[in-house]
Design a binder for this molecule. Structure first.
Ligand SMILES: [Zn+2]
Length: 487
């Protein structure tokens, strides 16, 4: 295609396609507060709380690696028995693992996280391999478990390199580009270590108590240390403690008895990592704007991130200013406690995808012949094609059902060579039988040769609605990186 022809095509595409950059997609709710006096309504204010109503500590547990079925299910059961939740950070998964393990721990209130596809030392592999290890792993877990994956833990806790001081930042960049938002590590300042803002990457203060022979005194000492840090407000990750373990224990009885000593604290939020990360991102990224007051009522517009972006539907806790007596969001009455704290749920229509699929364009083929559907989502066919000569991606999507699909939220994830990182855009709908071809100019590139080794892996994530609810399809493609001529 000539340069002029390409320009015409991008202009055409732009008419129905708006790239939004990396910002969170948000939606708006209307909050009406009633006060004891008109003056209080005029001065009304609302602030987001760092934890759910009445909670002072968030406590989660971290379980690494794809444990055998019986072990993973037993862990979820012992956690549930004592009122705890866990996040299972998985490597290799397949549909049977999704059915026999992931669904079972999800049913106990646990969540799935990413831990790379093949458990490499990330600092020892090339940048493109790092990105694929992280992103392909997230896509595989999501599609095998039909659950959102928003958290991550490092294999071997490895992120630094003596020969490459930039490696921690590059790992952080891979994680955020892959759609991951946080996760527990042995250090509470993982955002800083990964070169990200603490408002963007959400960690935990994680500790272990001996994976082979769990020790009550270690549990107690680490909790005392964690509670002290939380009381001093000294943790970058906020008030989040995480117990990290592997599946090396001969039985879980001793483990259960140890965690049982800290069960049922009324001011602890026993959560999983995905819930904490989604909560804290909401707290930082929800805009609360007062629209005005009338008599004893004040009205606020609340723009908050879409649950599918956060990976969890956890509600947000808010505190109203002095004199607040009642709160209503979009017609639903909310309960205020004595401190004027209340819980703001997501709108009922904002659901997480509960059917997630993936299609890989095996040969990076072009044309409608490359279109494929995942068996979970037969209505939507997709094919992602990489064209390095044009420095562009082409995403094709086709609705092969009898009903209209939409809206469709597209999120492109690019390897580190491309500066754009994540590109978002939305389509209103895809009619029955309709096919859309969406070209994406990849834009400016990094010239450093370390981004040009191995294989480029690209993904387009499509979140959309159909008659059955919310769904997500990942379309992926890979091509050999360009080999630079040595001059
Ligand atoms: Zn591991």
């Amino acid at each position: 295609m000539t340069a002029k022809g390409w320009m015409a095509m991008t202009t055409l595409a732009a008419a129905c396609w708006t790239a939004k950059g990396e910002g969170w997609r948000t939606y708006e709710q209307t909050l009406t507060l009633t006060f004891e006096s008109e003056a209080q309504a005029r001065d009304a204010a609302v602030t987001a709380l760092p934890l759910p109503v009445g909670k002072k500590v968030a406590f989660s547990t971290r379980w690494d690696d794809s444990s055998p079925e019986a072990v993973a299910v037993a862990k979820a059961a012992v956690l549930a028995e004592y009122g705890y939740k866990g996040t299972f950070f998985l490597n290799k998964v397949d549909p049977a693992y999704g059915e026999n393990v992931i669904r079972k721990f999800l049913a106990k209130g646990c969540s799935a996280g990413a831990h790379t596809a093949t458990h490499p030392f990330l600092p020892r592999i090339d940048h493109n391999a790092m990105f694929q290890e992280v992103l392909a792993n997230r896509i595989a877990i999501e599609s095998c478990g039909d659950t959102c994956v928003s958290t991550f833990t490092l294999p071997y806790r490895a992120f630094t390199s003596e020969t490459d001081p930039d490696r921690p930042r590059a790992i952080g960049e891979c994680l955020v580009r892959a759609g991951l938002n946080g996760g527990p590590e042995h250090f509470a300042d993982s955002a800083t270590k990964f070169g990200r803002s603490p408002r963007e990457w959400i960690g935990a203060l994680e500790f272990s108590i001996d994976d082979r022979n769990p020790q009550l005194d270690k549990f107690e000492a680490n909790i005392a240390r964690g509670l002290k840090a939380i009381a001093g407000n000294s943790l970058e990750c906020g008030p989040h403690l995480a117990l990290g373990t592997h599946n090396w224990q001969p039985d879980l009885k001793a483990f259960g008895e140890i965690i049982g000593t800290q069960a049922n604290h009324p001011d602890w939020w026993y959560c999983n990592a995905n819930e904490y990360v989604a909560y804290r991102l909401q707290m930082f990224n929800t805009a609360i704007v007062k629209k005005g007051s009338s008599g004893k009522t004040a009205i606020f517009a609340i723009a908050r991130p879409e649950p599918f972006e956060l990976g969890d539907c956890v509600p947000l806790a808010l505190r109203a200013s002095a004199g607040a007596r009642g709160a209503v969001v979009d017609g639903q009455t909310l309960t205020l406690d004595a401190a004027r704290d209340f819980t703001l749920p997501h709108a009922a229509a904002r659901q997480l995808p509960d059917r997630i699929g993936a299609v890989h364009n095996e040969d990076n083929a072009e044309g409608e012949g490359a279109l494929k559907a995942d068996s979970t989502l037969p209505a939507l066919q997709a094919a992602l094609h990489v064209d390095l000569a044009r420095n562009a991606l082409d995403l094709q999507i086709k609705n092969v059902s009898q009903e209209s699909l939409g809206p469709l939220h597209l999120t492109f994830r690019l390897p580190l060579k491309w500066k754009r990182g994540v590109v978002k855009g939305d389509l209103a709908s895809l009619k029955p039988g309709e096919i859309r071809k969406i070209p994406l100019a990849l834009g400016d590139v990094e010239t450093d040769a370390r981004y040009e080794a191995g294989t480029y892996y690209f993904a387009a994530q499509c979140d959309y609605g159909d008659a059955a609810g919310a769904a997500r399809l990942h379309a992926t493609a890979s091509v050999a990186a360009q080999v630079r001529t040595i001059e």
